[in-house]
Write a protein that binds this ligand. Structure first.
Ligand code: GLN
Length: 235
């Protein structure tokens, strides 16, 4: 059984990290979102069968893939060179930039990263947002190590922002927009990172990688991609 978690050779198990709306979240006990619908539509185009979804913290997804607890990551995961040292990705299926999110009407209203100097900043563990805090804020001496709070999930960071116990978080723009729409937080500014999301697979699973890329193309060429986008984004 080369495909790890599935019993049948063509059965695959997907992993995701809910709390990243509108890509993946749990509503009324049910796992839903853009990534859920998209991966299901994409796998439908292939010879594979999606047997199960596992909910895992974001920074546990790559280890779970390597351990063969899951076979594919669908978690708004940015394709990065760092990650490509351990896993492989399908072709990209969504583009996003980063934003800084603050308390709505709060005292901290930065216009650029430099304005976060000396502030308390949060991000979700293992994300590209955390990478920006490390590389652009801590390494540049704008904030100290101790000013950075790493969270298992962005929802916990957003709750701290609402309470005013955290000054700002660095997070993907489409997710920041979703949080800003229904919580007491707002986007301070957006900065271009040109990130692209892909489905993650083990490096040796070339067939699955290729099937997913072809499936993405088929879904994008049909009306399905637009339908899924319309369902989860106000577009
Ligand atoms: N796109 C970001 C990353 O890959 C955040 C993903 C997430 O938090 N689910 O790190």
């Amino acid at each position: 059984d080369d495909d790890g978690a599935g019993d049948d050779e063509n059965e695959i198990v997907a992993g995701t990290a809910p709390g990243f709306e509108p890509f993946e979240m749990v509503i009324d006990g049910e796992l839903v979102g853009f990534d859920i619908d998209l991966l299901e539509a994409v796998v439908d185009e292939t010879e594979y069968e999606l047997a199960d979804w596992q909910e895992i913290e974001f920074d546990g997804l790559i280890p779970s893939l390597e351990n063969e607890n899951i076979d594919v990551i669908a978690a708004a995961m940015t394709i990065t060179e760092d990650r490509q040292e351990t896993i492989a990705f399908s072709d990209p299926y969504y583009s996003a930039d980063q934003t800084v999110l603050v308390q709505e009407g709060g005292d901290v209203q930065p216009d650029e990263l430099e304005d976060l100097e000396g502030h308390n900043v949060g991000a979700q563990s293992g994300t590209t947002g955390e990478g920006i805090v490390e590389d652009e804020l801590i390494a540049e001496g704008l904030i100290d190590d101790g000013d950075y709070d790493s969270y298992d999930n962005y929802v916990l960071a957003v709750e701290e922002l609402e309470r005013g116990t955290l000054d700002a978080i660095v997070i993907d723009e489409p997710v920041a927009e979703s949080f800003a729409a229904d919580r007491d937080v707002e986007i301070a500014f957006t900065f271009e990172t040109g990130e692209e999301y892909g489905f993650g697979v083990r490096q040796e699973d070339d067939d699955l990688q290729q099937a997913l890329s072809e499936g993405i193309e088929a879904v994008q060429e049909s009306s399905e991609y637009d339908e899924i986008t319309q369902e989860w984004f106000d577009e």
